[in-house]
Design a protein around this ligand. Structure first.
Ligand code: DMJ
Length: 552
C-alpha cells in the first residue's frame, strides 16, 4: 500500500484523489503527442499484464502462481511468509491465487468478459475447506481482499457485466474464508496467530510470534466483509486486535516489529516503516478514509508524527528502538517504498517528494530497487539482493520490462547485481504492479469513483453507508472540522489534511492545504491554504496572490 510507493503510485493517487488539479480543460489541452505517448505506454502495460496473465492461465492455472522460466506452477499460498517452508501441505492443489489477484486488474483494463468468466469459474470451483496452513496476513490481503473487491465490482451496475449468472458467489466464498480466519483471533489478547490451517484452525503448538502488520493490517478486508454481510464479527475482531496493538505502543508512540500473541509482549523492539510494520501505518489511515472512524485517525496521526520524529533522517527512514527512539538499523528496503505514496494520501506532498527521490536514486544506482540496501555502508545487503518485481516501485518495473520478460511470463530478479532471474512470477505482479502502471496511463476506471486500494492493490469503494461519518477537512486552527461543498460531494483522502494548531508551530506532519483557487488568486487570507513544507498559513498579498508573505 504501497509506499507505496513512489512516483507511479503517488501520481496515481494524485490522479485518483485530486481530480480538481487535473481538470477537464487540462486534458483537452494535452498536446496530441502526449496523448499518443500515453496511449502507447498504456498499451505496453496492457501487453505486459497479458503476457503474465496468459502464461499463468496456460501453464499454472488453477494452481497458485506461475514459474515462468520452467513454465510450470507452484501452489504457494502456504509458502507466503513461510521463510523456513514449514508445515507445507501434502494434499493441496492450489486456489487459483493469481486469478483471484488478477480480477480487479482485468476490470480496470476494461476486460469485463474475462473478469466475468473468471468470477464464474471461481464461484464454481474454489473451496477453502483445504488442509493448508496459511499466513493470515497474506491470505487476508491477497485472497479475502481479492474476493471482496471483485464482489463489489461484479455487483456494480456501471461495470456492465452480463448479469444473472453472478449470484454473490464471491461474497459467499469470502465469508466462508473470513469464518475460517476467526479461530486465529481466539487468544488471551485478541491478537491473531500468524498462521491458521484453513480446514482445522490453529495447529497445536503453533508459534505465538507474529508481526505488527500481521495484527494491524486486517481491518480493510475484514471491515468490508462485515459491511457486505451484515455480520459485525469480522470488523470486531480486527478492530479489537488493532486496539490491543496500539495499547502496546511505547511512550514515544512507537511500535516494535514482532510480538507474542499470547502474552502480548514485544519480541523485536526495533522497527521502521518497512517489512513487518509497513501496512500497519497504511491501514490506520486508509481505514479512517473507508470507515470514517475518528479513532483510526487519532492513532494514525500520533503514529505518523512519531515516525517522522524518530525514524526520519533527512529523506531517509532508518529503524529505531521503540523504547528509546535510538537508531538501530540504517537500511533502505524495497517495501519501504510505499511510504511516499501514503504521504501523498495524507497530503504531505513535500515530504513524499523528497523521500521518493531517495528511493529513486538507489533504483538508478542498480537499475532496480534491491530488497535491502545498507545505508550506513552504502552497499547491498549480502543476502537480500533480489527484486521480485514488487509493485512499490512499479515505474522501475516498467523499465525492467525487457529484462525480466521471459517466454513463459515475467521472472523475478534474484540478484540485482547480476540480474540473474528466478523461476517465480508472484501473484502481486498482476494484482498491483501491472495495475498501478496501467492506471498511470489510463485512469478511466476511476472517473467519478472513489476507491481505496488495499495493501495488495484491490480496490474498495468509499461508501457513505460504511461510514461512521464522512471525511471532512481539518481547518488550520484548533483541530476542528470544516466541510466544504466540494468535499461533501466527493469524499477524498486529500480532504483529510491536518494542520498544526497555530500558524507558528512547525511540525513534521501532513499539513498541506491547497489554496481555494488553482491560480492562487485571492481577496482574503481565508482563501489561502497552508504551505506543505513549512506548515505555515499562506496569506493574501496586496496584489491578490496567496503566498508566504512576510508580515511586517
Ligand atoms: C504485496 O503483497 C503487498 O503490497 C504487501 O502489503 C507487501 N508487499 C507485497 C508486494 O511487495
Amino acid at each position: 500500500m504501497l509506499p507505496r510507493e513512489f512516483i507511479v503510485a503517488w501520481m496515481l493517487v494524485l490522479l485518483v484523489i485530486l481530480p480538481n488539479i487535473f481538470n477537464p480543460c487540462t486534458c483537452q489541452l494535452e498536446p496530441r503527442w502526449a496523448a499518443k505517448k500515453r496511449h502507447v505506454m498504456r498499451e505496453k502495460v496492457r501487453k505486459m499484464f497479458y503476457h503474465a496473465y496468459d502464461n499463468y492461465m496456460t501453464h499454472a492455472f488453477p494452481h497458485d502462481e506461475l514459474k515462468p522460466l520452467t513454465k510450470s506452477f507452484t501452489d504457494s499460498l502456504s509458502e507466503l511468509g513461510n521463510l523456513r517452508l514449514e508445515h507445507l501441505p501434502q494434499d493441496y492443489n492450489g486456489s487459483a491465487l493469481t486469478l483471484i489477484e488478477s480480477l480487479s486488474s482485468l476490470l480496470i483494463m476494461g476486460n469485463s468478459t474475462e473478469f466475468e468468466r473468471a468470477v464464474l469459474w471461481l464461484s464454481q470451483n474454489i473451496t477453502f475447506n483445504v488442509d493448508a496452513r496459511v499466513n493470515l496476513f497474506e491470505c487476508n490481503i491477497r485472497v479475502l481482499g481479492g474476493l471482496v473487491s471483485a464482489h463489489i465490482l461484479a455487483t456494480d451496475s456501471t461495470n456492465r457485466l452480463v448479469h444473472g449468472a453472478y449470484k454473490n458467489q464471491l461474497l459467499i466464498l469470502a465469508e466462508d474464508l473470513g469464518k475460517r480466519f476467526l479461530p486465529a483471533f481466539n487468544t488471551p489478547t485478541g491478537l491473531p496467530y500468524a498462521w491458521i490451517n484453513l480446514k482445522y484452525g490453529v495447529m497445536v503448538n503453533e508459534t505465538t510470534e507474529t508481526s505488527t502488520s500481521g495484527c494491524g493490517s486486517l481491518i480493510l478486508e475484514m471491515g468490508a466483509l462485515s459491511q457486505l454481510t451484515g455480520d459485525p464479527t469480522y470488523e470486531y475482531v480486527a478492530i479489537r486486535a488493532l486496539r490491543k496493538l496500539w495499547s502496546m505502543r511505547s511512550s514515544l508512540n512507537l511500535l516494535g516489529t514482532t510480538l507474542d500473541v499470547v502474552t502480548g509482549d514485544w519480541i523485536e523492539y526495533s522497527a521502521g516503516i518497512g517489512a513487518g510494520v509497513d501496512s500497519f501505518y497504511e491501514y490506520l489511515f486508509k481505514a479512517h478514509i473507508l470507515f470514517g472512524k475518528e479513532e483510526f485517525w487519532r492513532m494514525f496521526h500520533s503514529a505518523y508524527l512519531a515516525v517522522q520524529k524518530y525514524f526520519r533522517h533527512g529523506p531517509w527512514y532508518h529503524e529505531a528502538d521503540m523504547r528509546t527512539g535510538k537508531a538501530t538499523y540504517w537500511q533502505l528496503t524495497s517495501l519501504q517504498a510505499f511510504w511516499p505514496g501514503l504521504q501523498v494520501l495524507v497530503g504531505d506532498i513535500a515530504a513524499a517528494n523528497s523521500s521518493h527521490r531517495e528511493f529513486f536514486h538507489v533504483w538508478e544506482k542498480f537499475g532496480v530497487l534491491p530488497e535491502r540496501y545498507l545505508l550506513d555502508h552504502q552497499m547491498l545487503h549480502p543476502t537480500e539482493k533480489y527484486y521480485p518485481l514488487r509493485p512499490e516501485l512499479a515505474e522501475s518495473t516498467f523499465y525492467l520490462y525487457q529484462a525480466t520478460k521471459v517466454e513463459g511470463g515475467f521472472a523475478s530478479v534474484k540478484d540485482v547485481t547480476t540480474m540473474q532471474l528466478e523461476d517465480h512470477q508472484h501473484s502481486f505482479f498482476l494484482a498491483e504492479t501491472c495495475k498501478y502502471l496501467y492506471l498511470l496511463f489510463d485512469d478511466s476506471f476511476l472517473v467519478d469513483r472513489n476507491y481505496i486500494f488495499t495493501t495488495e492493490g484491490h480496490p474498495l469503494p468509499v461508501l457513505r453507508d460504511w461510514h461512521d461519518r464522512l471525511p471532512e477537512s481539518y481547518i488550520p486552527t484548533n483541530w476542528s472540522f470544516a466541510q466544504s461543498e466540494k468535499q461533501a460531494r466527493r469524499a477524498s483522502a486529500m480532504s483529510l489534511q491536518v494542520c498544526p494548531a497555530n500558524d507558528n508551530q512547525q511540525v513534521e506532519s501532513a499539513c498541506h492545504i491547497t489554496d481555494a483557487r488553482a491560480d492562487h488568486r485571492c481577496f482574503t487570507d481565508e482563501e489561502c491554504g497552508v504551505d506543505s513544507t513549512t506548515c505555515r498559513r499562506r496569506s493574501c498579498s496586496m496584489a491578490g496572490y496567496c503566498g508566504l508573505w512576510l508580515l511586517v
